[in-house]
Design a protein around this ligand. Sequence first.
Ligand code: GLU
Length: 323
Amino acid sequence: MVGRFAPSPSGRMHLGNVFSALIGWLAVRAADGRMVLRIEDLDPRTQRPEVAAQLIDDLAWLGLDWDEGPIYQHERGDVYARALGSLDSRELLYPCFCTRRELHAASAPHASDGTYVYPGTCRRLPREERIARLVEGRAHGLRLLVPDAGTPNAVIEFDDMVYGPQRQDLVSEVGDILVQRSDGVVAYQLACVVDDGEEDVSLVMRGRDLLGSTARQIYLQRLLGFPEPRYLHVPLLVAPDGRRLSKRERDLDLGALRARLSGPEPLLGRLAAAVGFAEPGEALSADALVERFSLEKLAAHREDIVVDGQFLATLGGRGAPMG
Ligand code: GLU
């Protein structure tokens, strides 16, 4: 088994990132698998080497090690360009001139993840108009055609190891897929598929916010000839009001948590207890948790995990409870 950490260096790791990194690592180590570290820094706004370095240091502090990498996506432009070239040579791509504002105005919300179903505006552009705009030098992204309804791959089905059988209709629920943004940055969906494929990743473990991206990724794998990995999505960590924890909650980032704790064990134990791998109050290292990993227990914990003041208080250590 080959798994991966695929963090985006957009800020300090927070509790939610630690949780999915821990579960992914445990799944791989429990199966004697190999772990790859890939830094998802394609977006120039997130190419901050100091943030990536901090992330690597945080993983090491947690005791979550890896066997290969770090692989930096920003260095792999040629590889993604080859994949785009392969799709383009099969006439599967077209330029999309829609602005973000136009998309929001014209599109129906995506059922599963709040993104938008692309209505096909630029797919229908007459050829002359398309050429005229390209000649004018209008900014454009690239979209991948989804199959016509009723043809193979129009509906993608897969079995998530936690959330069970999934099905997505690419035509009515997704629309043509953005594979390169109008600023020239390769889209996450494409880069992720190419890298998982080239790194022989066989288990994709991540937060359930990406469950809705999986069908698009499987379609891309099939087009690019990569084998399909297994998928294991885990619940998100949420605030008591149901809001997803984010990098904005500074008291839950690893900077604050490391300042408070002398080692990672109480934190790892607490996160493991949330999915039944540890008893409440147990402090355990990542290594010690490997033998506690249980897919059955994980699959029985599909609900998002609420992090409240109590959650932090049970960690002990220095510092005031969360305000
Ligand atoms: N880079 C993404 C993130 O940090 C994860 C992508 C993935 O696991 O497929 O949210």
